[in-house]
Design a protein around this ligand. Sequence first.
Ligand SMILES: CC(C)(COP(=O)(O)OP(=O)(O)OC[C@H]1O[C@@H](n2cnc3c(N)ncnc32)[C@H](O)[C@@H]1OP(=O)(O)O)[C@@H](O)C(=O)NCCC(=O)NCCS
Length: 203
Amino acid sequence: MSATGAATKRLPRRTHPRTSTSAVEPPPWLLTLRLALHEITRHHANELYELDADPRVMRYIGSGRVSTRAQVDAVMRRLPRAYALYPGLGTWRATRRDNGDFVGWFALKYIPRTALVEVGYRLRYGAWGNGYATEGARELVRYGFDDLRLHRIIGVTHPANEASQHVLLKLGFVDVGWGHHYGRALRVFEAVQEPKWKPQWPA
Ligand SMILES: CC(C)(COP(=O)(O)OP(=O)(O)OC[C@H]1O[C@@H](n2cnc3c(N)ncnc32)[C@H](O)[C@@H]1OP(=O)(O)O)[C@@H](O)C(=O)NCCC(=O)NCCS
């Protein structure tokens, strides 16, 4: 599957150092019509904590419990390092382009201890229902296939997380059944980009 990039604009590769600790916002990694996706720095701990402190947001994530400050701090130590460890992949904070409001985050990253790349998203409750998840995830899938040349991208959801499943289906992902990830049984959806090269056989 190749997601359309019609409403999106790809930016030139970064020129700023990845290890910058400046409070100045680096340029966005990706843009959609309404969203800007930026790298996460240590300055964003509070908004990620507020996101994970909302039980409505965390209902279908992990154990279903909200994250503690210590858990978010641990994530905050990992996330910025992951950009250098896995070039091109990562977790990006999304803001509205019109007013800069924090919307949530999107990710294109390895599922731990696998070679599977997943698309993921977690949005503030107040941002739900506006098509943002579909818009941001569509751009990440396009980026994954067109720019990173990935062959396969998956999405994993709690079996009852119908909104998330709906997003994946709208992007053209296919339900391929159950998988065991993050210590639990989850529904697995996948999108595959057919390679352009095909074997040639003698006539
Ligand atoms: C899942 C989530 C990202 C969706 O964000 P969103 O911006 O509201 O998603 P979108 O508006 O792009 O699309 C959601 C679609 O699901 C539909 N939907 C919403 N709730 C639904 C439900 N309970 N059952 C079925 N469909 C539902 C919406 O109608 C919409 O479809 P439509 O465009 O055809 O009307 C958001 O709810 C969220 O952040 N949840 C908490 C974190 C989470 O669960 N992340 C996913 C982990 S796998």
